[in-house]
Write a protein that binds this ligand. Structure first.
Ligand SMILES: Cc1cc2nc3c(=O)[nH]c(=O)nc-3n(C[C@H](O)[C@H](O)[C@H](O)COP(=O)(O)O)c2cc1C
Length: 187
């Protein structure tokens, strides 16, 4: 089986819901199993035993959640030192409440997460613009769910946003299956 690990941080449940949709999309691909893990519970073994790792974060103060960054700076950095993440498939998603064309830092949060994954030597999967419902739940870096309305009231995650997250999970799983056992990086 090809294993897809979906990691998230969440206070109010929206990012967790997106993580569940990503995992649902992944297991729809034959031969794929998914594991959903809270960032604070994720272990090195969870990561090394997975062929793909998808990180989800709420946008906090314009960037990624500290629990996700803590995981990267502790567990991932240890694996980076052993070159244990090179060649794994990586992807990201986010939720946020920010309004305006740039949201409240969603793009920066996703891009900086992707930079962390690139630092680990992972192969990054973006979100194609032709993805169904992209206009409701996407940036080309990955699924993004805005979880407030124009009055700044929380509205949670919509079906369209969850559909985009599901497609992303399936895309990442397809890449992981296609690459399984086929990659060898020069060291
Ligand atoms: C401490 C804190 C800081 C936040 N900062 C931002 C922000 O800078 N930009 C933004 O778009 N949303 C921000 N939000 C809103 C959350 O990103 C949004 O509500 C998100 O969907 C929450 O995810 P969750 O339900 O998984 O906890 C912030 C929320 C909290 C609690």
């Amino acid at each position: 089986m090809t294993k897809v690990l979906v990691i998230y941080a969440s206070d109010y449940g929206s990012t967790r819901k997106m993580a569940e949709a990503v995992a649902e999309g992944a297991v729809g691909i034959p031969g794929v199993e998914a594991l959903i893990r809270n960032a604070e519970e994720t272990t090195a073994e969870d990561m090394t035993s997975s062929q793909a790792i998808i990180f989800g974060t709420p946008v906090h103060m314009g960037s990624m959640d500290w629990r996700v960054k803590k995981l990267i700076d502790t567990v991932c950095s240890g694996l980076w030192a052993k070159d244990a993440l090179t060649g794994k498939v990586g992807a990201v998603f986010a939720t946020g409440g920010g309004l305006g064309s740039a949201g409240g830092g969603a793009e920066l949060a996703m891009l900086s997460l992707m930079a962390n994954l690139a630092e680990c030597g992972m192969i990054l999967v973006p979100l194609p613009k032709h993805t169904p419902k992209y206009e409701y739940g996407g940036l080309h870096w990955g699924p993004y769910a805005r979880t407030t309305n124009l009055a700044h009231e929380p509205i949670g995650v919509s079906e369209e946003q969850l559909a985009v997250a599901k497609t992303h999970g399936a895309n990442v799983a397809r890449v992981a299956v296609a690459l399984a056992g086929k990659l060898e990086f020069q060291k």
